[in-house]
Design a protein around this ligand. Structure first.
Ligand SMILES: [Zn+2]
Length: 112
C-alpha cells in the first residue's frame, strides 16, 4: 500500500472508531428503558463492545509504532481515543501489554 493510502485508511478507521464510540454512549443514554434485555445483559454487551474498541485501537497503535503495544492504555489518549472507556458496571479495564488485550475487572468476556 502507498503511504497516502495507508494514512487515509488509518484516519478512516480512527474516525469510525470514534463515531462508533460516541454513538454507543448515546444509545445507552437515550434508549434501553423498557428494552427486554435485563440490565446485566445490556451492560455486558456494552462492556464487550468497549473491549473490542480498545483492542482495535491498540492494534492501530501497533501499526504506527513498529509493532509495539502501548505501555499503558493512557498512551492511546488523546491521539487514538478521546478517553479510555470503563466497564459500564464500573472499573478500569485490565491491560495485558504483551498480548495487547484488555479484560474486564467484572469478568465480562467476549466468547470469541
Ligand atoms: Zn465489564
Amino acid at each position: 500500500m502507498s503511504r497516502g493510502a495507508y494514512v487515509g485508511l488509518l484516519s478512516l478507521v480512527i474516525a469510525l472508531a470514534l463515531v462508533y464510540y460516541l454513538a454507543k454512549d448515546q444509545a445507552t443514554t437515550v434508549g434501553r428503558r423498557g428494552a427486554e434485555a435485563p440490565v446485566g445483559v445490556a451492560s455486558a454487551a456494552k462492556c464487550i463492545a468497549n473491549q473490542r474498541t480498545l483492542e482495535s485501537v491498540i492494534a492501530m497503535y501497533r501499526m504506527t509504532h513498529d509493532g509495539e503495544n502501548p505501555t499503558t492504555l493512557s498512551d492511546l489518549v488523546p491521539r487514538n481515543l478521546p478517553l479510555i472507556p470503563e466497564c459500564p458496571e464500573g472499573g478500569a479495564y485490565l491491560y495485558d501489554r504483551n498480548a495487547g488485550t484488555v479484560s474486564c475487572p467484572n469478568g465480562h468476556r467476549d466468547e470469541r
